[in-house]
Design a protein around this ligand. Structure first.
Ligand code: NAD
Length: 275
């Protein structure tokens, strides 16, 4: 079955399931992303700070796929927020990726102590106007940060990419985002292995009931919630596993029992602390 697409608030579509490359070693990135493309992933999520855009670019170039079949996201790092610095950082990312446009460009963190995210967003608006980023969005933005963009700038972010998994569902941000047409991308969808989601009895019970794995059940939970996800794995067999999630559906009861795993605890950093 094909990967479902989600239509963003600017009319562009994004494959709901992709492949993330956080902590993918730059020297191994080309092989790993080539594997992911062979497995069937068409949506790749990287960032300037991951240091592996060149490897992603090499894999994209050698895959022989039409550019229109691919969806590539990268992100502006905190140090480069501003106007000219952000334009330069964007150029550098495009160059490393070997692309003439990205599908989605994100502000990686609000870095509120620097107070440059509004200025940076205006820069992303210009980049979008130039056609070199089809869509623009943000990452790790809390409601007050989103609120400032909505009141002080013109373009509503297409997405907010935030830590989100069954133990940390971000109810306040997701409700606000839904109300304003901002789609949620869930990073750390499996809890990054730091939270034992895959061993939770409600997860393993659902997995057994469907003849699937715990990771597939969690990914399915995200898809049914409408989240955009891009689980990461260096291992090809797990890439295959994480992609094989379109032949079953969790029941309402299963979704509810997994949603009851909410613990209000993030595994990553607090957005106000990353500068
Ligand atoms: P994740 O929840 O996808 O966890 C990845 C880890 O889970 C892997 O290292 C692997 O050990 C394990 N895993 C993967 N598949 C598995 C399987 N089938 N069975 C058992 N274990 C499995 O966490 P992530 O990589 O941090 O998040 C996904 C992507 O989100 C990243 O690669 C990156 O693109 C993005 N991200 C963004 C931010 C941000 O600040 N915007 C932060 C972190 C991650």
């Amino acid at each position: 079955k094909p990967v479902p697409t989600i239509t963003l608030n600017d009319g562009h579509t994004i494959p709901q399931l992709g492949f993330g490359v956080f902590k993918v070693d730059p020297t191994e990135t080309t092989r790993i992303v080539a594997d992911a493309l062979e497995v069937g992933y068409r949506h790749i999520d990287t960032a300037a700070v991951y240091g592996n855009e060149e490897g992603v670019g090499r894999a994209l170039a050698s895959a022989g796929l039409d550019r229109s079949e691919l969806f590539v996201t990268t992100k502006l790092w905190n140090d480069e927020q501003g106007t000219q610095s952000a334009l330069d950082a964007f150029d550098a990312s495009l160059e490393k990726l070997g692309l003439d446009y990205v599908d989605l460009y994100l502000i990686h963190w609000p870095a509120p102590a620097n107070d440059k995210f509004v200025e940076s967003w205006r820069t992303l608006e210009k980049i979008r106007e130039s056609g070199r980023a089809r869509s623009i969005g943000v990452s790790n933005f809390l409601v007050p940060h989103l609120d400032r963009l909505l009141t002080e700038t013109d373009v509503v972010p297409a997405v907010n990419q935030i830590e989100l998994h069954p133990a940390y569902q971000q109810g306040e941000i997701t409700a606000f985002a839904r109300q304003h047409g901002i789609h949620i991308e869930a990073w750390g969808p499996l809890g990054q292995g730091k939270y034992p989601l895959l061993e939770e009895p409600v997860v393993t019970t659902a997995a057994e009931a469907h003849g699937k794995t715990a990771a597939q059940v969690i990914i399915r939970w995200h898809l049914q919630a409408g989240n955009i996800v891009f689980p990461k794995s260096n291992r090809r067999e797990r890439m295959v596993e994480n992609f094989d999630v379109f032949d079953f559906e969790l029941s309402h009861t299963e979704v509810a029992t997994i949603s009851a795993l909410e613990r209000g605890g993030r595994v990553g950093s607090h957005p106000n602390d990353v500068n």
